[in-house]
Design a protein around this ligand. Structure first.
Ligand code: GDG
Length: 460
């Protein structure tokens, strides 16, 4: 074991920092996002290390400390990025775990690099974790790490959390490496999912395809394995703080004025991903314009589509499709100086994002399948005046909790048009009634509670 080891080790695809250039100088900057802010307070209490890819091509930088956390960068070769990341992780597992919305691709030449990269991460974790330490592995990129690590370090407590859905048997059974993946996960002491359905699917599949106990509590190779839902949340006070900031509120007022006072603003915020149902919400909106139930004078749609996985074919096609649809709708209904849809293909600074959440009368969240969907929770956290309407797909993890949203089946264009209209016309009293309940749920369970609950289950 090396001279300095860590009591807590996090394994995730990306490090919690980004390499950025400021005033001509390259430096590390903490990545925005709930996961990093949730884990940071816990990681600061004990010697801790975060293992991940730095996003830099070529040789990995040496381990370094940044804001009290030791970062351990791991290198990925261009072939590994192609086969492990874009291939097996994002063209096999991602579509398979999201209801096979796009056909998952099963290439044997992707599986080997997936195993090899998982092994590299497991070996590093084994090397740097202190005796009886704790390792928390994140997400679908690393499902083999738990069992690989257990073989190397049986003394260590191992947790795994899946940020995306875990599919039902009918789908998961397609995976040529289904047994290996299940056995990989069973190396953990605690396997966490976003919803209880994910935990149930996993438990059933383990009983069917591995030597797990056939009934009763889940045990594997004589060891208990906890498979349970730990629904993730957001840093509520950060969003509440931003939403009550004077500059952010001024910006929100400016957005409203620019978009046209008196127009109801519909907002979508998503990574440009085929799971998010972006094109379907535009079809539903088009229907309302076509049937003159709404007009350009009374509504406007703003869509932020953050670029994502831009080298994967399916994402290139999706971008073309979404942009064609936006162009067609604006071509048909737009006027000089007045668009039906404002489409921004870029990420915005978080204060601008919050200003948009404040400006939006209707938040439109319509994924075909989503592990949780934090955008829905962020919108609610920002609506401190208890107004606004949240449209939420039934097929998101958040819909399990946010029952007072206007729930919608994202495959039903007519149903979605109806819900859009209902949301646009929702009386103030009804907005208040729903939003109050939604806010109670979101503020009552933050990302810090999520992280604490998981550590508590793991630290037994
Ligand atoms: C995966 C799972 C699960 C978006 N646009 C901007 C921006 N964002 C931020 C949002 C939010 C995050 O990105 C997106 O989170 P989601 O949960 O909506 O979706 P995924 O990226 O697919 O995340 C998902 C999540 O992991 C956590 O477990 O909920 O189901 O798929 O926080 O605010 N942030 C900024 N500018 C943008 O333009 N600054």
């Amino acid at each position: 074991m090396p001279a300095s080891t860590s009591d807590i080790v996090i394994v995730s695809n990306r490090l919690p920092v980004n390499r950025v250039e400021r005033n001509g100088k390259k430096q590390w900057e903490t990545s925005p996002g709930g996961l990093v802010s949730a884990l940071t307070p816990i990681l600061r209490t004990k010697p801790s290390t975060w293992i991940g890819w730095s996003g830099i091509h070529g040789r990995a930088p040496r381990p370094f400390e940044h804001e009290g956390i030791l970062n351990y960068p791991v290198s990925l070769s261009p072939e590994e990025i192609e086969n492990f990341y874009e291939g097996f992780s994002n063209s096999t597992l991602w579509p398979l775990y999201h209801d096979a919305i796009r056909p998952p691709i099963y290439h044997r030449h992707w599986w080997r690099p997936y195993k090899a990269v998982n092994k590299r991460f497991a070996e590093i974790a084994a090397k740097i974790t202190a005796k009886n330490g704790l390792v928390w592995v994140h997400d679908y990129h690393f499902q083999l790490v738990p069992s690989m690590l257990r073989k190397l370090r049986p003394d260590v407590r191992i947790g795994f959390f899946l940020h995306i859905p875990f599919p039902p048997q009918e789908l998961f059974a397609q995976l040529p490496w289904r047994r290996q993946v299940l056995e990989g996960l069973l190396g953990a002491d605690v396997v966490g999912f976003q919803t209880r359905y994910g935990a149930q699917n996993f438990t059933r599949l383990c009983r069917r395809y591995t030597t797990c106990s056939p009934s009763g509590r889940l045990t594997y190779e004589g060891r208990p394995v906890i498979a349970k839902a730990f629904p993730i949340s957001i840093d509520v006070s950060r969003f509440e703080g931003l939403a009550s900031d004077f500059d952010v509120q001024t910006r929100a007022a400016n957005f409203k004025a620019k978009l046209g006072l008196g127009r109801r603003i519909l907002l979508g915020v998503d990574r440009l991903d085929y799971t998010k149902g972006i094109e379907i919400r535009f079809k539903a909106y088009r229907e309302l314009l076509k049937t003159k139930k709404v007009s350009l004078d009374d509504t406007v749609f703003v869509q932020v589509a953050v670029p994502s996985r831009e080298r994967v074919d399916e994402y290139i096609e999706l971008k073309n499709e979404v942009e064609r649809t936006v162009g067609a709708i604006d071509g048909e209904f737009g006027e000089i100086g007045k668009s039906a849809i404002h489409y921004l293909h870029r990420g915005l600074p978080v204060d601008e994002l919050v200003a948009l959440y404040l400006a939006a009368d209707v938040m439109v969240v319509t994924p075909f399948r989503d592990g949780m969907n934090l955008v829905a929770k962020e919108y609610v956290a920002c609506r401190h005046r208890n107004d606004g309407a949240l449209i939420l797909s039934e097929f998101t993890g958040s819909a399990e909790e946010l029952k007072q949203a206007l729930l919608v089946n994202p495959h039903d264009v007519d149903g979605m048009s109806d819900i859009l209209l209902e949301a646009i016309q929702l009386p103030a009293e009804e907005q208040k009634r729903r939003m109050k309940k939604l806010r109670r749920i979101v503020t009552g369970h933050t990302v810090f509670d999520w992280a604490n609950d998981f550590f508590e289950a793991l630290d037994k």
